[in-house]
Design a protein around this ligand. Structure first.
Ligand SMILES: Cc1cc2nc3c(=O)[nH]c(=O)nc-3n(C[C@H](O)[C@H](O)[C@H](O)COP(=O)(O)OP(=O)(O)OC[C@H]3O[C@@H](n4cnc5c(N)ncnc54)[C@H](O)[C@@H]3O)c2cc1C
Length: 496
């Protein structure tokens, strides 16, 4: 019963952990009702294997950062550990809830179903739920007619400026009272950590250093596993968890764009468009989480090898660059785009394992896990879309080209560090005499390659090229092209 209870509005934070250019906050503050900020650490998501402690720590750091800014408005984010509906049921004991404001989420099936349940819950409890547009991704689209034009016009609008006033919020003391009714999530995170730290202020530090200096070798180093860590923006977790809006980054990039740096900042800006393009695709094809977007590939059956999968996950395949990338990802939550593509190509082509079996392992390691990029990229790099060029990455070629002096491998596969560089790239080429000379034993100090890469590559290439000609694959390719490629007008805009 809500009689005589104060009616409040709730901003339910999801992947939008920022105060500025946040439309949910903007809309909540427009009314004369007091506002409560809430984050729900959902047990079902915490237990979901796509996620890992590193993600929850990043979120906690982001909320601590928000709270440090909210202090001057005498409020903070109520952080509860339960399911969303339980959280609202509990809130109903204290307040009448007018409207819940949040952003549309292009998420996993588990959050899609949760949102459907929450819609029903709101309807049954006379609560209005306003879901705001998230980074220009459009809900309910049937095709990409004029999509880019609409997205660009969204991106070019000035960021939403939120002016907060203490009188508009539920105060800190009142929130502390409220906390007594909930299981409260502890926001403490480890002091020392190899991961990028969450929070809007930290996100802007990365953005500012990138636009000031780090962009200068962006395109030169983008594919290099060691140097990309410095020359790429490293903004992905801040964008994925909403510490900074895509529009804020996009406008910042355009402000810094000059004729001299166009090669770098221009290429960076086009990746922001890819971000939106992939999330839009997933928004329109959410079954991609479990099934190939091109239904023709659903008949591709691969035999599972838990032994291969284990070696890949543990960085023990006997291919140094693959193992270095996996160990680095495990330890730091980041590798650059090309290395991600190579990891998934190795798993799906060389080890001939289904992309679905790699998904949760990778998502739990990527600090920037964004479902809308993750699934389309997995499928594209597994060669199962029918519309993209088939790329089977060679770990050795990539190693020689992008880690020529083996700096990256030496760091992450230290058991190879003392070998001559040529052998670091391909330790299996060492003769018994070479091994003896270098005090190294293949199969003891470092694994022998778990597959014959030439044979495996040929099998993958032959099978996938043949499948491209399959009638159902071709029919599906046409459907995908029709639904997900840009209209002629948008193509023109893109090329200009
Ligand atoms: C298998 C696979 C899975 C991936 N999963 C994710 C993911 O879960 N989350 C994620 O943010 N990126 C993902 N990517 C894309 C890309 O690897 C990362 O966005 C990029 O490496 C992040 O580093 P950065 O912020 O320094 O990127 P920069 O090169 O500085 O790019 C700036 C921003 O553009 C976006 N971006 C860059 N490259 C891409 C791309 N190829 N596709 C879509 N958006 C892009 C990101 O938001 C990024 O932060 C994946 C790529 C592959 C191959």
């Amino acid at each position: 019963m809500n009689i005589n209870k104060e009616e409040i509005h709730v901003v339910w934070f999801k992947r939008d952990l920022r105060l500025q250019d946040n439309e949910a906050i903007y809309n909540a503050l427009k009314s004369n009702k007091r506002v409560l900020f809430m984050y729900v650490f959902e047990n079902s998501l915490i237990e979901d294997p796509h996620y890992n402690k590193r993600h929850w720590d990043f979120i906690k750091q982001s909320i601590v950062d928000l709270n440090s800014d909210l202090q001057k408005y005498n409020t903070k984010v109520l952080c509860v550990k339960t399911e969303v509906i339980n959280a609202f049921n509990q809130l109903f004991n204290n307040y009448k809830i007018g409207t819940v404001f949040s952003h549309q989420e292009t998420g996993l099936l588990i959050t899609y179903n949760r949102d459907k349940e929450f819609t029903r819950y709101c309807r049954n409890n006379s609560v209005k739920w306003v879901e705001n547009n998230n980074n220009g991704v459009l809900r309910g689209l049937l095709n990409r007619e004029d999509w880019l034009e609409k997205w660009e016009s969204y991106m070019l609008q000035p960021p939403i400026k939120n002016e907060l006033k203490a009188s508009q919020f539920i105060g800190i003391d009142e929130i502390k009272e409220l906390e007594k009714y909930f299981q409260i999530e502890d926001l403490e995170t480890p002091k020392e950590s190899p991961f990028q730290k969450g929070g809007t202020k930290m996100g802007w530090k990365y953005a500012n250093s990138f636009f000031k200096n780090r962009h200068q070798k962006y395109m030169t180093n983008i594919s290099k596993p060691a140097l990309a860590r410095e020359s790429c923006s490293r903004l992905s977790p801040y964008i994925a968890w909403g510490n900074i809006s895509l529009r804020q980054v996009f406008l910042e990039a355009h402000q810094h764009l000059t004729a001299e740096n166009k090669k770098h900042i221009g290429a960076f800006a086009s990746r922001l468009r890819w971000q939106a393009h992939f999330i839009q695709k997933f928004e329109m094809e959410h079954t991609m989480e479990n099934e190939s977007i091109n239904k023709g590939y659903q008949k591709l059956k691969k035999s599972i090898s838990l032994e291969y999968q284990k070696a890949w996950k543990e960085g023990q395949t006997g291919f140094p660059l693959i193992d270095a990338c996996m160990r680095c990802l495990q330890e730091t939550g980041y590798v650059n785009f090309r290395m991600r593509a190579m990891l998934i190509s190795f798993f799906t082509h060389i080890l001939w394992q289904p992309w679905q079996a790699a998904s949760q392992h990778l998502s739990s390691l990527f600090l920037d896990f964004e479902p809308g990029i993750h699934f389309p990229q997995l499928q594209m790099n597994a060669g199962e879309t029918g519309i993209n060029i088939l790329r089977i990455y060679s770990p050795v070629k990539n190693s020689l080209e992008h880690d020529a002096d083996a700096t990256f491998i030496k760091k992450w596969v230290p058991e190879l560090a003392k070998l001559p560089v040529a052998f670091i790239h391909e330790p299996y080429l060492m003769t018994p005499l070479d091994q003896q000379f270098n005090n190294f034993e293949l199969g003891v100090n470092y694994p022998k390659p778990i597959v014959d890469i030439k044979v495996a590559r040929k099998k993958a290439s032959d099978t996938l090229w043949k499948m491209k000609k399959d009638t159902e694959v071709q029919k599906e390719s046409l459907r995908i092209l029709k639904k997900h490629t840009l209209s002629n007008r948008d193509q023109l805009l893109k090329n200009n």
